[in-house]
Design a protein around this ligand. Structure first.
Ligand code: ATP
Ligand code: MG
Length: 256
């Protein structure tokens, strides 16, 4: 793998008709780091996230995972390569229990993983796996609760559990704390930090709020109006005038 770059995007562009949401974006994500992509509203972060996770094809440009081109691979095939993305809440089965949701996710991918070992994982293996994952995401004790009865914050933990059940090497998050109350945010951030470091995984975290990523990221890419306007350590980004200006513009934009 070139210079420990786990994911590389080259000259990505996404146009929606005349609107260019992502305009010639190139990024390199170092293995075993927490890499944040931040920027004001409408900067193109979610669009870039969708190009990286395979939910939509780029108009132009290429995406590489460990030096293999994955530009047109759909999300489920990326999952088999080790790329997990945080699912929308709608991907949770509301009428199944917390445990069943995670067990199914483990099984969905487990079939393939176990094939290499030339035997099929047993039901018990998947339950054990799911229980371990639930402990990691802070849902121990809630195994038998129906997913539909979870509070919003707990559903976000379940989404994370569903992603972890597939044992991803690279985790993609788009605003994981969106819609959570400010008291719930620190706990989820701690869980994310822990699961990313536990197995020395890599994570790409798309986030609107700069304060949230400052103490959790190793490296930050800042987008504004479809372009990368700055890259660097949290310290470098905090002191960057262009970034401050972009956020200030957004601040006034929100007041109007
Ligand atoms: N499916 C779509 N069709 C048309 N325009 C779109 C689509 N998705 C996004 N856009 C436009 O592309 C631009 C970038 O949107 P995007 O959602 O990627 O921004 P963002 O940085 O994620 O913003 P936010 O912080 O609000 O989540 C916006 O102008 C948006 O209106
Ligand atoms: Mg977004």
């Amino acid at each position: 793998m070139t210079k420990n770059i786990i994911l590389r995007a080259e000259n990505l562009r996404k146009a929606f008709g005349g609107l260019i949401a992502v305009d010639d974006v190139s990024i390199e994500v170092q293995q075993k780091t927490m890499h944040a992509i931040i920027g004001p509203n409408g900067a193109g972060k979610t669009t870039l996230f969708n190009l990286l996770s395979g939910t939509m094809p780029p108009t132009k440009g290429k995406v590489y995972y460990k030096d293999n081109e994955i530009t047109s691979l759909p999300p489920h095939q990326r999952a088999h390569l080790g790329i997990g993305r945080s699912f929308q809440i709608t991907n949770i089965f509301p009428n199944l229990t917390v445990l069943e949701n995670v067990r199914l996710a483990a099984q969905a991918l487990g079939g393939d993983n176990f094939r290499f070992l030339s035997h099929v994982g047993t039901f018990g293996d998947y339950i054990d796996k799911a229980m371990a994952v639930l402990a990691q995401v802070g849902l121990a004790g809630q195994e038998n609760v129906y997913a539909r009865s979870l509070a919003h914050g707990e559903k976000r933990k379940l989404e994370l559990g569903i992603m972890l059940a597939c044992d991803p090497e690279l985790l993609l998050f788009d605003e994981p704390t969106a819609g959570m109350s400010s008291e719930q945010v620190p706990e989820l951030i701690e869980i994310i930090k822990k699961v990313v470091n536990r197995k020395e995984r890599t994570a790409i975290l798309v986030e609107h709020r700069m304060d949230m990523v400052m103490n959790i990221s190793d490296f930050i890419t800042v987008m504004s109006q479809g372009n990368v306007i700055a890259e660097g350590t949290p310290q470098e980004i905090a002191n960057n005038q262009l970034v401050q200006k972009a956020y200030l513009g957004d601040f006034y934009g929100e007041l109007l």
